[in-house]
Design a protein around this ligand. Structure first.
Ligand SMILES: NC(=O)c1ccc[n+]([C@@H]2O[C@H](COP(=O)([O-])OP(=O)(O)OC[C@H]3O[C@@H](n4cnc5c(N)ncnc54)[C@H](O)[C@@H]3O)[C@@H](O)[C@H]2O)c1
Length: 332
C-alpha cells in the first residue's frame, strides 16, 4: 500500500484523481488543500475513511507540508491558482501558491527524499496559430502569456532545477484543457452548461475561434498514474487526447445536447492576451509508457458531463450567482 499525498485534491482535477486512485489502486490518500473559493469538500464525499483523510492547509506553509511529506511515499502536486481571468485581475495569489507553494513542497520532498509528481499545463508553451501544422511537444520552448501560465512555467522550472541540483526524484506532466465532473462553474464548459440549466444564454469570448485541446479529467488521471508508476525520473510528459475544438463549436454542441437552438448564445468582450490555439502531441507518453485515453468521443464525454451537472445541482448552485456577478463586473 502506497501513501499518496495529493495537494489541491478538493479542486476539479485533483478530486477526480483522488476518486480514480481509490477506485483503481490500494493506495492510502491524504489530501492537503487550502479550500480556496475553488476547493470543495463535497467533491470528496463518499470516500472510504480507512483509505482517505483530508487536511486543510496551505502548500506554502512549511510546517504542515514537512509533516505530511515526511509520512508520504509519493506527492502528487495539483494545488494551484488555476483561472486565467483571475490572474489578470489579481496576480498575487498566483505567485504565492504556484511559485512559493511549489518551492515549499520541493524543499520538503528534497529533505525527506520523497517521489514527486508535478501537475502542469500546456499553457506554459504559449499559443499556436490556427493554421499551424505543429503541436506542442516536450521540446517546445516555454512562452507563457498570462500571470497564470507564467507562474506555472516558473514552477515547472523550479522542479527541473531541484531534480538537477539536488537529485529530487520528480516527474512533470503538462496537460491540455480538462472537462468532466467537479469543475468550478467559472471555467468555460461548466459555465456554459450551467448557464443553459439556469435559463441564461451561454457566453462566447470574441468570435469564439480560439481552439482548445480537450481531454476528459479521467484520462488525465490515468495518465498521471501511469507516469507515477512507469515514468522516468527527471522527464516531462505531455498529456493530450487529440481533442482540438474551437470554443464556438463547443458552445453550439452544448446547446444542441441540451435541446436549445444552436445560435442561442451571446458574444462577450474577449479576454486580453487570449491564447489562440493549444494542441498537444502526446506521442512520448503513448509510445514510451503505453498510455491511451479512454474518452475518444468528445460529444459523448460532453453529454455525460452535462448529465453530471444536471444531477448535481446542489454541488454547483452555491457557486453560480457569485461567479456570474464577477463576470458581469468584468464585462464578460
Ligand atoms: N483545468 C485544466 O484544464 C488544467 C489543465 C492542465 C493542467 N491543470 C493544472 O491542474 C491543477 C489543478 O487544476 P484544477 O483545474 O483542478 O484547479 P482548481 O482551481 O479546480 O483546484 C485547485 C485546488 O487547489 C487548492 N489550492 C489553491 N491554493 C492552495 C494553496 N496555497 N494550498 C493548498 N491548496 C490550494 C484549491 O483550494 C483547489 O481545491 C493545476 O496545477 C493546474 O495548473 C489544469
Amino acid at each position: 500500500m502506497r501513501k499518496v499525498l495529493v495537494t489541491g485534491g478538493a479542486g476539479f482535477i485533483g478530486s477526480n484523481f483522488v476518486h480514480y486512485l481509490i477506485e483503481n489502486t490500494d493506495d492510502h490518500v491524504t489530501v492537503l488543500d487550502k479550500l480556496t473559493y475553488a476547493g470543495n469538500l463535497a467533491s470528496l464525499e463518499g470516500l472510504p475513511e480507512d483509505r482517505f483523510r483530508f487536511v486543510k492547509g496551505d502548500i506554502a506553509d512549511a510546517s504542515v507540508v514537512d509533516e505530511l511529506v515526511a509520512d508520504a511515499d509519493v506527492v502528487v502536486h495539483y494545488a494551484a491558482e488555476s483561472h486565467n481571468d483571475n490572474s489578470l485581475h489579481d496576480p498575487r495569489p498566483f505567485v504565492d501558491t504556484n511559485l512559493v507553494g511549489t518551492f515549499t513542497l520541493l524543499e520538503a520532498v528534497r529533505k525527506h527524499d520523497v517521489r514527486f509528481h508535478h501537475i502542469s499545463t500546456d499553457e506554459v508553451y504559449g499559443d499556436l496559430e490556427l493554421d499551424d501544422p505543429q503541436r506542442f511537444t516536450e521540446q517546445t520552448p516555454y512562452n507563457p502569456s498570462s500571470p497564470y501560465s507564467s507562474t506555472k512555467a516558473g514552477s515547472d522550472l523550479l522542479v527541473r532545477a531541484w531534480v538537477r541540483s539536488f537529485g529530487v526524484r520528480a516527474t512533470i506532466s503538462n496537460c491540455s484543457n480538462n472537462y468532466g465532473p467537479y469543475q468550478h462553474v467559472e471555467k468555460f464548459i461548466p459555465r456554459q452548461i450551467t448557464n443553459v440549466l439556469t435559463g441564461q444564454r451561454p457566453k462566447l469570448y470574441g468570435a469564439g475561434l480560439n481552439v482548445r485541446d480537450w481531454i476528459h479529467a479521467n484520462d488525465h488521471s490515468s495518465a498521471v498514474l501511469t507516469i507515477i508508476e512507469k515514468g522516468r525520473i527527471g522527464e516531462t510528459y505531455l498529456i493530450g487526447a487529440d481533442g482540438e475544438k474551437d470554443n464556438k463549436t463547443v458552445v453550439e454542441l452544448i446547446l444542441k445536447l441540451t435541446g436549445q437552438p444552436t445560435d442561442a448564445y451571446d458574444h462577450v468582450v474577449d479576454r486580453p492576451g487570449h491564447d489562440l490555439r493549444y494542441a498537444i502531441d502526446s506521442t512520448k507518453l503513448r509510445t514510451e509508457l503505453g498510455w491511451q485515453p479512454q474518452y475518444q468521443d468528445f460529444e459523448a464525454g460532453l453529454a455525460a458531463t452535462i448529465q453530471w451537472y444536471r444531477d448535481h445541482e446542489a454541488w454547483w448552485k452555491p457557486q453560480k450567482a457569485a461567479t456570474e456577478a464577477k463576470y458581469v463586473l468584468q464585462g464578460q
